[in-house]
Design a protein around this ligand. Sequence first.
Ligand code: SF4
Length: 355
Amino acid sequence: MGRVGYEMRRLGLRKAYEYLDRDPERNLPNLIEWFDRYAPNGVLQKQRDLFRRIVTEREGNWYQLLISLWDDIDDEVRKTLFENLVINANALAAGIAAESRQKYGCNIPWAISIGLGKEGEEGRLGFDEWDDVIEQAKELGTFMFLFEGGDPLESKEELIALANKHFDCEFMIFTDGKRITEELAAEMLRVKNLIVVLRINGTPEDARLATPTEILRRNKLPFCTYSFYDESNAESFCSEEFYDILAENGVKMSFFFSSFPEDADPAYDVMVNVRRTKPIVPIHFCKDKDIIGGCVAGGRYYCSIDAKGNVEPCFFLRKSDTNVREKTLLEALQAPLCMKYHREVVPCNVEKKSR
Ligand code: SF4
C-alpha cells in the first residue's frame, strides 16, 4: 500500500479516537470494528483477538485497566499515546513493516533500543546521527524507541529534542528514577510522547521509587516498570503481592527479562496468573509466547543500538557485527547476527548479571 493509503487510514483511526474519547465506556466496543476497517487485513490478528475479548468482558481486569487510562492519564498525553502507539506503532507500522520484511528478507523490529550514553562521552552518537537512525527506522516501519543504557536522563536535553522532533513516534525512558523531577514532568507534558519505565530490582531499596511515582502520578503521566532477575532476586517476583503493590502505585505494565532457561523460570507462571486476574500487565520479553512469541531479540520485536552506534540483537547480549556509522540500519538488520534470529530461535546466553 502506498503512503497515501496509509495517510487515509491514519485519518480514519484518528476520527475513531475522537469518537471513543467522547464516551469511552460506551464506545470502546466499537473501536475494534474501526481498527478492522482501517488496519491492513490479518495484521496483529492475535492482538486484535485479545483486544476484542478485553472490551467485551466489562468486569475483567484488563477492561478496568483500559478504562482507568481516562482517569489517570492527561487528556493530551493519552491522545498522543493512542495516535503514536495504537495507530502509528501498531495499526499502520505493522503493515509497513510486513512489506519491508518481505521486500528485504530480514526482521523489522517493532521497537529499537537507543543507548544515549552520557553527554560529552567520547565516541558517542550525536543528535543528528540518532535523528538519521530514527528516520531510517520509520521508513522501514518502526515507530517505537526505547532510551536505555545507564540512565538516559543524563542526556535529557538530547532525549527531549529527539522526542520533540519525532512527534509521530512513542519513546520510553528506561531509568532508575533518580532524575525524575517536576521540570522533567513539565517537559513530558509538553512533548507528550514519552513514557517512563522505572527499574525495579525487587529489593528494599525500591522504596526510593516513591518520589518519582508520586511526581508522575500527580502530573497524570504514564509510567511502567522493568526488571531483570536471576537467582539473586527472582524470589521477589514470585509473589502476587509484589504485583498488587505495583498496581496500587499506578503501574499499568511491567516488563521482565531473566536469565533462567525456558522451563525453569520460577516467576513466569506467577506473571501469567497475575495477567489474568489483576489490573496490571506483566510482560516477559524472553518467554512470553502468548503475547509476543518468546525471545524478542535480533529484530524479531526489537534490537539495540549502543551509544557508539553498534547494533546488537539484544541489549543484554553485548554482541555486534555492524555499526550505524558504517552501515545503514537495513544493512545491520541483514547482517549475520540479526539474520540468525530471522531464521531460527537462538538460545539465550545472557550472562547471569544484568547490565
Ligand atoms: S536474547 Fe536473551 S535476554 Fe535478550 S530477549 Fe532474548 S531471551 Fe531475553
